[in-house]
Design a protein around this ligand. Sequence first.
Ligand code: MLT
Length: 404
Amino acid sequence: MFKVNENYLKLPGSYLFSTIGKKVAAYKEANPDKSIISLGIGDVTQPLAPKIIESLHSAVDEMGKAETFHGYAPDLGYEFLRNAIAESDYKSHGCDIHADEIFVSDGAKCDSGNIQEIFSIDNKIAVCDPVYPVYVDTNVMAGRTGTYDPSTETWSDVIYMPCTAENDFVPDFPKEEPDIIYLCFPNNPTGTTITKAQLQDWVDYANKIGAVIIYDAAYEAYISEDDVAHSIYECEGARTCAIELRSFSKNAGFTGTRLGFTVVPKDLKAGDVTLHSLWARRHGTKYNGAPYIIQRAGEACYSAEGKAQLKEQVAFYMNNAKIIKEGLKDAGYTVFGGVNAPYIWLQTPDKMPSWDFFDFLLKNANVVGTPGSGFGPSGEGYFRLTAFGSHENTLEAIERIKAL
Ligand code: MLT
């Protein structure tokens, strides 16, 4: 008789956004007359920018002719895209990153979940708390996290670094030494970020203790303040301790189109072994690349026209963020984030448990958000709203919340 991977059985409940989806679907079924506004999952609502659509059309046409047809993509991704990334995302920010250190993929969610498999099972991970659930759940699946304590909602072999209003959402170096440190800035879920100087401290710390930082920069396009780094490679020494994950979902609306990339500098080594060679081996063995037409669409994001159109989209969402933030403040809420990220993190009224506030908001305002405790124990008493809705829905949702 076959046996299952028992690590999966250790996972409590289903994936956070699946649980929310089910709850909302049940509420809709019971209340078909209600108009529900979702500011829950961070999914975009604006259509793909015209330059991207133009590029998709022309790539589709290429696929219909023998002379310009494309089969399997090169292992690391097409050079036209990797060169554009290296130039615009790295060289222009003063980062020493080369096209052959960039691995194109179908998104940062998969990469952030898969990257752990190139590390030994007995490595200890450290995560911010609250945290994007993928980092922890995929380490659970791999069997790296020990046992789960339902009373504290923590894993015995995970180092949690609380990020709350008390420490300005900036994690402290943990007491216990980690091997792998997951950082996401600008942060999901809190919508806050750290300064470049603070990030430099993390790079120095990781180099000192021989840890690797897995740096999720999916929300980089939303940075509005000058003292925030757009890439961890702006920090000195990051080439020997950091892997960076990027996404086209949030800056260019590719949540349904799927495109992302991971940077593994060739200087990042465990003894003689480069992590680059392991990730390349993994990529080559398990993955056949993002589709040609999608990589062409990604390339369009880096053209002058594409950049201008995406800048407008980001500004559109950040205007929503402002509406949410100001509206909630007017209504008496304590709010964080929303300045360098499309997420607003609010304290629930009277320390109401996050899931109770979720039910309260769904029932009384027909607005869906994400309970802070779904991202980790230190998220209890907090709640996340996204700025990715339409302008009208955002205004309406805030009016409804104000009227409560
Ligand atoms: C979120 O809502 O946290 C994000 O949409 C999840 C994701 O990007 O996978």
